[in-house]
Design a protein. Sequence first.
Length: 305
Amino acid sequence: MAAEQAPDGYLFDLYRRYIGEPEDRTDVYVGFGLFLGGIGLAVVALVLFLWGNTHEARSAGYFAWVGPAYALAMVSLPVVMLGIVTLLPSERRMLYTSIGGAAITVAAVAGFLFAYPRHWNGYNNDYTVQVVAVYAVGLAGITASTGAALIAHYLDMAQQADVVATDDEDDDPDVTDAEVQQDIDDAMDGVELSWGGVEKTEHKRLSFSEDDFDDVDVETNVGTTTTRSSGVDAQVAGLKGLKGGETKQTTSSSTVDDQTAKLKELREQQRAEELATADEKSTVETVTSPIAKLLDRIRDLTRRN
């Protein structure tokens, strides 16, 4: 299958690839026409010069072919430069300068055809210096305008590249630490955790001071029942875990969804531990119940006295 060409043609495809978006269709056709035409003139001039050198030097046949070869070579260079200025999106004054320089070179070529070979290079009325000087002036003008057009085009491309880079930075700014923290806070909204990694719970604790029993006489005949639990260390460790007394610092690389799933599992585990705590609380109440009854009796005796 043949490659698909651009809708406007191959010349416009080349223009967009190496220069940019064309402003005028005429500039594209004229510019490429002059550029390729100048190269064609140079090739023809080379062929004529080679063919002329097959004849005897300074013969009529030699001058008949070499003279046009020199003239076409002199015209080809300004035509190529004028095509470059026409293709580039340069200012009109540069284009006019190029056209003026090309016109001067064409006049110099016409003078060369008039002078060569009878009035050229020391023969008869020598016009070599005059023709070369005029041609040099025209070539200098068109060379200056071509260089200025190339520099202006390069600077324009550099400015466009800077504008594109600035737009990319504005469209995709760097993420700040405050934005990251805000995203974390939004994801963890509604989850209440203590430093221990579990939900906050309220606990009540009984505490006794030795000073409370200094001025109280306790009858030793009162019958008491003492119940002891063999799992005090295990219960204390469990209570520390609920309060967050013993924590381990871990670093997680999981996502928010994974952490949410783990939190759900942790809540289920917490409910199970709360049930176990309720059983332990009943055990603690069993231990402290005789002491509470003893304190009530001591208060009653104190009031009677």
